[in-house]
Design a protein around this ligand. Structure first.
Ligand code: FAD
Length: 448
C-alpha cells in the first residue's frame, strides 16, 4: 500500500535574524533542488541532528549517494540560533537544578560525551578555529542565594556521579566575566562552546564535498512506492529507499506525534560590537560562557573574533502549540533581555542590542526523544528536549547507524525509550504550559 505524507508548516522561518549568523560573512548562494533525482539516502533537516546523520552515513557508506535538504539556509534554523553550549553533563531544563537519578545521569553523560567527541572529530576534520569550537567548559553562574544553593546541589550531584567541577567565588567570577553580579559559579570543564551558525555552516560546507546539500528546499510531501520514498519539494523531488527525518519539533508537521510534542520558543539578543574603551571598562576574559544556575535564568556568552567583542543574553520561554512565533513575540523578550543585561553590565549602559531573535525547542513531557524507524524506510532523530547540540548530534549519528545496520551500544537504549506522553487538549495545554513557564521565570528571580 502506498503511504503518503503531506507536510504542513513549510514556511516556518524563525523570528528575527540570529546574531551568530549575521556577523559571519555572506554564505555562497544556495543550491536549490530544481530537478528530480534519486539517491541511496535522504536526510531531511540540516541542523545538529541532520548534519551528524549525514556525516555518519558518509563514513559508513562511502560509495552511496547522500542528499540533504533544508527548507532554510543552513545555519538559519535553531541549530544556528542557540546559546552555543554543547553540554556533556546532565542538563534537564524541566527540573530545578538540571539533574535526576545518578545512574541515569551517568549514562546520559556518557552519551553526550560520545556525541561531543564525534563533533570534535568533525571540527578537526573541517578545521574549525577555537572561536567556532572551543572545549573551554561552562560556568553555571549564580546571582542569588537560591542560585548558589542550586549550584551546591549540582556540585554534590556531580560528585556522586564521579565528576569534577571547580567552585568559583564572587571574586573569581568577576575576574572571568568582568561583572560583580554573580555570587558564585561552578565550572565544569568538558562542555564545548560553539559559534552556533559558524559551526553549522562549517559542518555543512565540510560535508558538501561528498554529499549534495540543497537549501531553501522545503519538503512538502512524501510518498512511499516501489520500496522507496519519493520526496516532493516545490521545484523537484528526491527518490530514496531510506530517509532520515531530523526536523526536531517539525516531526509534528509531517503528521507524527500529534499532541505529544511541546514546542517552546526561546529568545536571545546580541549586542553591537563593543568599542575598545567598552571592552576595557568591562574587563574579564575575552570569551566565556555562563549558563544560569536556575534553568529559567539567563545564559550569557562573551565572544570575540569575527564581529568583534560582543555579549549574548538568552532568556524568556514561550509555548506555541502551532510552532509559530512572530516578530512581536520578540518584543516581549526585549524588556527582559535589556533588564538582564543592565543588571550584569552596568558599566555598558550605552551598549544596545544589535540583533534579537527567537528559535524553537522541542520537548516531550516525559523527556524522551523520538527515535527509530517510524514508517518503513523512514527514520526519526527528533525531539532533543532543549539540548540539541549534544543530544541532536547523538540522535543523528545513531539514526544513521541504525538505518544502515551498524551496531552501537546506545541504539538499544534509544529504542527502549517510551513514547512521548500525551499533552492535554487545547486550549488547556497552552494555558497550563504558559502558566508554568511564567511561574518558573518568576521563581528564577535575579538569576534571570
Ligand atoms: C535561543 C536558543 C538557545 C538555545 N541554547 C542551546 C544551547 O546552548 N545548547 C543546546 O544544546 N541547545 C540549545 N538550544 C536548543 C537547540 O538549538 C535545539 O535543540 C537544536 O537546534 C535541535 O537540533 P535539530 O537538528 O534536532 O533541529 P533543528 O536545529 O531545528 O534543525 C531542523 C532543521 O529541519 C529543517 N526543516 C524543518 N521542516 C522541514 C521541511 N519540511 N523540509 C526541509 N527541512 C525542514 C529546519 O529548517 C531546520 O533547519 C537553544 C535554542 C534556542 C532557540
Amino acid at each position: 500500500m502506498p503511504k503518503s505524507i503531506n507536510v504542513s508548516n513549510i514556511r516556518h522561518g524563525n523570528p528575527g535574524v540570529s546574531g551568530w549568523y549575521a556577523i559571519l560573512p555572506e554564505p555562497k548562494p544556495p543550491v536549490v533542488l530544481e530537478n528530480d533525482i534519486t539517491a541511496d539516502w535522504l536526510v531531511i533537516g540540516g541542523g545538529f541532528a541532520g548534519l551528524a546523520a549525514a556525516q555518519r552515513l558518509q563514513q559508513l557508506r562511502q560509495n552511496e549517494r547522500i542528499v540533504l535538504l533544508d527548507s532554510l539556509r543552513i545555519g538559519e534554523g535553531s541549530s544556528g540560533r542557540n546559546s552555543g553550549f554543547m553540554i556533556d553533563l546532565p542538563h534537564d531544563i524541566s527540573t530545578d537544578n538540571y539533574v535526576g537519578a545518578v545512574e541515569r545521569d551517568v549514562l546520559q553523560t556518557q552519551k553526550n560525551r560520545y556525541a561531543l567527541s564525534f563533533a570534535a572529530e568533525a571540527a578537526e576534520e573541517y578545521g574549525f578555529s577555537k572561536e567556532v569550537f572551543n572545549p573551554c567548559g561552562k560556568i553555571n553562574a549564580a546571582a542569588s542565594e537560591s542560585g548558589d544553593i542550586h549550584n551546591r546541589e549540582y556540585m554534590e550531584h556531580l560528585k556522586a556521579m564521579g565528576e569534577d567541577s571547580t567552585w568559583l567565588d564572587a571574586e573569581e567570577m568577576k575576574r572571568i566575566t568582568g561583572s560583580d553580579y554573580y555570587l558564585s559559579g561552578l565550572l565544569t570543564p568538558k562542555t564545548i562552546t560553539i559559534q552556533s551558525a559558524a559551526y553549522i555552516r562549517g559542518f555543512a560546507e565540510g560535508l558538501s564535498g561528498n554529499i549534495d546539500i540543497h537549501e531553501n528546499t522545503p519538503v512538502v510531501s512524501l510518498e512511499r512506492t516501489d520500496g522507496a520514498w519519493k520526496t516532493i519539494t516545490p521545484k523537484g523531488s528526491v527518490t530514496a529507499p531510506k530517509v532520515i527525518l531530523s526536523v526536531n519539533g517539525h516531526l509534528q508537521s509531517f503528521g507524527f506525534l500529534k499532541r505529544r510534542l511541546m514546542h517552546i520558543f526561546l529568545y536571545a539578543s546580541m549586542t553591537r560590537e563593543l568599542t575598545e574603551n567598552e571592552v576595557h571598562k568591562l574587563g574579564g576574559e575575552p570569551s566565556w560562557g555562563a549558563a544560569p544556575a536556575n534553568p529559567f535564568g539567563s545564559s550569557v556568552r562573551k565572544i570575540c573574533g569575527v564581529g568583534g567583542h560582543r555579549i549574548l543574553m538568552r532568556n524568556k520561554f514561550h509555548f506555541s502549540a502551532s510552532l509559530e512565533a512572530s516578530e512581536s513575540d520578540i518584543q516581549r523578550a526585549v524588556v527582559d533581555h535589556n533588564r538582564s543585561f543592565q543588571r550584569r553590565f552596568p558599566m555598558l549602559k550605552d551598549v544596545e542590542m544589535e540583533y534579537r531573535w527567537g528559535g524553537r525547542l522541542c520537548l516531550s513531557r516525559n523527556g524522551v526523544p523520538v527515535f527509530g524507524e517510524i514508517e518503513n524506510g523512514l527514520f526519526a532523530a527528533c525531539c532533543q528536549n532543549g539540548l540539541g547540540a549534544s543530544k541532536g548530534t547523538l540522535a543523528g549519528m545513531l539514526a544513521a547507524e541504525y538505518a544502515s545496520g551498524h551496531d552501537n551500544r546506545f541504539i538499544e537504549d534509544y529504542l527502549n525509550e517510551s513514547q512521548p506522553t500525551k499533552l492535554p487538549p487545547e486550549p488547556f495545554a497552552t494555558i497550563g504550559a504558559t502558566a508554568y513557564l511564567n511561574w518558573q521565570e518568576w521563581r528564577a528571580g535575579m538569576e534571570k
